[in-house]
Design a protein around this ligand. Structure first.
Ligand code: DX5
Ligand code: ZN
Length: 218
């Protein structure tokens, strides 16, 4: 099944409750939540109190993307705030396996993300500990950037690696996804689509349009 994960980094925070309702009504199954620490990435976004406060606003899956150094320090707090999936960066973990295992030990789904310049092969040894692989198609840190050429090929390689493992692992992509390129991304083997600016310009209408394309390729 193809899933849309609108990134609330691009939302209008004074109307967040209403916008969460609009994306839910139009078929988005995940809410993508970007946590940035000002160290692993240059920006600082938001953390546990914001996640906790919006948790009652929707019953959809909270897909929490941690762009922070040594996320193993905070897994329990993110669970308590309402995370359902926690994705960590390969480049940010001293012990990737222990971090992924820590997420699973809390009863949550685990994701492993790689930045655009990280070799796709690095994920192989961690696949038994992953429910999702997140391919960054921009340098993490900011919304509204342009999709990096070459990400489609990388997505295709990751899909092959996942299929060869025989494990039921989702492949998510994040950065620069639009209504214009999402079909190509799905064709490359991605099944979870993060989109920030392309959804929140008009959350109801854009979610609807994304879902028509995603459902058309299920
Ligand atoms: C970037 C974040 C993304 C971002 C995507 O570091 O991980 O989730 O919000 O924004 P768009 O879809 O606008 O590129
Ligand atoms: Zn993200």
């Amino acid at each position: 099944m193809n899933i849309l994960a609108p990134s609330i980094l691009a939302a209008d925070f004074k109307q967040l409750g209403r916008q969460l309702e609009e994306i839910r009504e139009n078929g988005a199954e995940y809410v993508h939540i970007d946590v940035m620490d000002g160290k692993f990435v240059p920006s600082i976004s938001f953390g546990m109190p914001v996640i906790k406060s919006i948790r009652p606003a929707t019953d959809k899956v909270f897909d929490v993307h941690l762009m922070i150094e040594e996320p193993i320090r905070y897994l329990k707090e993110f669970k308590e705030s309402g995370a359902d999936i926690i994705t960590v960066h390969y480049e940010a973990c001293g012990d990737v396996a222990a971090t992924l295992q820590g997420i699973r030990d809390l009863g949550l789904k685990s994701g492993l993300s790689i930045k655009p310049k990280t070799e796709v092969d690095v994920v192989k040894e961690f696949l038994p500990l992953c429910d999702m692989i997140l391919l960054m198609s921009v340098e993490p840190g900011f919304g509204g950037q342009k999709f990096i050429d070459g990400s489609l090929e990388r997505a295709g390689e990751l899909r092959k690696i996942i299929n060869a493992s025989g494990l039921p692992i989702n492949l998510e992509i994040d950065g620069g996804i639009t209504l214009g390129n999402v079909a190509d991304v799905l064709d490359a083997g991605v099944n979870v689509i993060v989109a920030g600016s392309a959804v929140f310009k008009d959350p109801a209408e854009n979610t609807k349009q994304f879902m028509e394309i995603l459902n058309g390729r299920n």
